[in-house]
Design a protein around this ligand. Structure first.
Ligand code: AKG
Length: 308
């Protein structure tokens, strides 16, 4: 017998139709109502692996940050200038645009992410002084495939493993535009994650000549991807893919072990604009790839050889 379905449209991720039965897909739990109850936030975070804070941020501030980003995207030649830049209408075939540099020297974005309500949230949540990565991941995803299923640790696991990602939409993101989705309960499936999640995308085997040569040119021998098939990952892990229609002012935060991906952008010509930023306890070690005025990131200077 078929499982009942939720009242949701058909969703798509990485070119696959999601199975829309209600035991396979669902909506994120909104925790904004308990924003002042730190114990409850921590309890939900342990249980769910994420916190979805609907409307926690000032919508006008987020939309100001959007304007600063779309004006830089216009300068970068990504937008169709027949429309006001703030609408984020892209040129045909703009693809998956990754532009961290447009967050640098960008006061509206820097203030939104690294002062005020977000810093207050993480300081209360961690219960001690915090610090954030200086690097900000900025994505402007055009029509087509979104992000494939992965955990964040393989990209940022050289310091603490207790830091958190903040995924923040710059504008309203309908199911058609395609926001983030997380795999329910996946952070507890260490039986399935342990051979994947501790690998470092910038590590390479020094004693394997081809791999070492490729790494020194900046290539990855392991991309950090868990799968290219979101329905298959769900079938393996169990749980539901959880998502929602996001609004400017929301954010979604999660830990390093939670499997996540995104819905595809099925709009005609609009960019889905979002950032991911990272926060941790100031007292814990930090991954050196993501700090400083010009963080090395995944460049050749971030590579680390070892004997395998
Ligand atoms: O925005 C996306 O599609 C991916 C974001 C992501 O993977 C993250 O925030 O860690």
């Amino acid at each position: 017998m078929m499982s009942p379905t939720l009242d949701l449209p058909q969703l798509h991720s990485y070119g696959h139709d999601l199975d829309m039965s209600e035991d396979k897909v669902g909506l994120l739990r909104d925790s904004c109502g308990v924003a002042d109850d730190v114990e409850e936030l921590r309890r939900r975070f342990d249980e769910d692996g994420y916190l979805y804070m609907k409307g926690y941020l000032d919508r006008a501030e987020v939309l100001r940050a959007r304007e600063s980003l779309t004006s830089r995207l216009a300068d970068a030649g990504v937008l169709d200038l027949a429309h006001p830049h703030v609408e984020g209408i892209c040129k045909p075939n703009s693809g998956y645009v990754f532009k961290p540099e447009i967050t640098n020297n960008n006061e509206a974005v820097q203030q939104l992410l690294y002062s005020g309500r977000l810093v207050d949230f993480y300081t209360r949540f961690f219960g001690e002084p915090i610090r954030h990565y200086d690097y900000t991941w900025l994505r402007a995803i055009g029509p087509g495939k979104g992000t494939n299923p992965h955990c964040d640790l393989p990209y940022m696991g050289r310091g603490t493993h207790r830091h958190m990602t903040c995924w923040l939409p710059y504008g309203d993101i309908s199911f058609t535009l395609g926001g983030l989705m997380v795999l329910e309960g996946s952070h507890k499936r260490m039986d399935l994650l342990e051979n994947y999640v501790y690998r470092d995308v910038d590590a390479f085997c020094e004693n394997k000549q081809k791999e070492a040569e490729a790494a020194k040119k900046g290539a990855w021998s392991f991309t950090g991807t868990l799968s290219h098939n979101p329905p298959m990952v769900r079938n393996k892990f169990g749980g539901r893919w959880l998502t929602t229609e996001f609004k400017a002012g929301d954010f979604l935060t999660f830990g390093m072990f939670l499997v996540h991906a995104s819905l595809d952008n099925r709009s005609e010509n609009r960019l889905r604009i979002s950032s991911d930023s990272r926060y941790q306890r100031a007292s814990e070690p930090i991954d050196e790839r993501w700090v400083g005025i010009n963080p090395p990131g995944h460049s050749t200077s971030g590579k680390r050889g070892r004997i395998c």
